[in-house]
Design a protein around this ligand. Structure first.
Ligand code: DC
Length: 243
């Protein structure tokens, strides 16, 4: 980080800015959030990791993933903490570090299932609002700009064609995982379908979100566009009030 960037970073943190990044799976939210956090000196909070941690707890229990009452009872007996790390958040489930257990297909699918229930969402939203209340954060998820922080200072909705998102996911998985690109794209479409069509806070852009479609952009270009947007918000806040 050069001197200008670090000055910008402390400026952002001192202003307690809240940046919301929403969008479907594989759109590049985590990469963009990580870069923005580093560039502007913000805390990076991945809300998807919290749903994943609760999904892991449900999978370890005997509560079926469609039993809303059972899941609600389980949630009442669960603590989830997010700690910021270098590359990704460290996730503590009832005090256990489960960070390395959350990215497989079973937990991914379960997270999308448990997150449809209003009681689970209300609990998560409360936790996320507490985490972000200090400000100076970039928070990524599905409902940050619409529900968690409707008054966020900057809102970005990151999207891309399902085939492109699926291929990015496939490339991330690497050759060790025995799946075909078609399988990854099919799973991603099924998750999109659930995330976009659930009754409670479905995935959709906030009215005042800036839409970034990364279908034909490199991730570097997307990161640059997001940085410019946040820098513009900061400059706006900096401008003297004409009245
Ligand atoms: O961002 P992710 O892939 O880690 O999210 C996992 C699941 O959690 C996703 O399918 C939907 C759910 N989720 C949500 O409903 N709301 C959020 N703010 C974040 C994630």
């Amino acid at each position: 980080m050069n001197a200008d960037e670090s000055a910008l970073g402390s400026l952002a943190a001192s202003r307690k800015i809240i940046v919301a990044i929403d969008g479907p799976a594989g759109a590049g939210k985590s990469t963009v959030a990580r870069h923005l956090a580093q560039h502007f000196g913000l805390l990076n909070l991945e809300t998807g990791a919290m749903y994943r941690a609760f999904a892991l707890k449900a999978l370890r229990s005997d509560v079926p993933l469609d039993d809303s009452k059972g899941l609600e009872t389980l949630a009442a007996d669960t603590t989830i903490r997010l700690e910021t790390g270098e590359e990704e958040n460290r996730v503590l489930l009832d005090g256990e570090d489960v960070t390395g257990l959350l990215r497989n297909q079973i937990v991914t699918d379960a997270a999308s299932r448990v997150s449809v229930f209003p009681a689970i969402r209300a609990w998560m939203v409360r936790l996320q609002q507490e985490l972000g209340a200090v400000g100076g954060v970039v928070m990524e998820g599905r409902d940050i700009g619409t529900v968690v922080f409707p008054h966020a200072d900057a809102k970005i909705f990151l999207d891309a064609a399902p085939e492109v998102r699926g291929m990015r996911r496939f490339d991330q998985l690497g050759p060790k995982v025995a799946v075909q690109p078609e399988d990854v794209i099919r799973d991603l479409r099924a998750r999109d379908q659930r995330d976009r069509n659930r009754a409670d806070s479905p995935l959709k852009p906030a009215e005042d979100a800036v839409l970034l479609d990364s279908t034909n952009m490199t991730l570097d270009e997307v990161v640059k566009a997001a940085e410019d947007l946040v820098a513009a918000k900061l400059a706006q806040q900096d401008a003297p009030d004409p009245h």
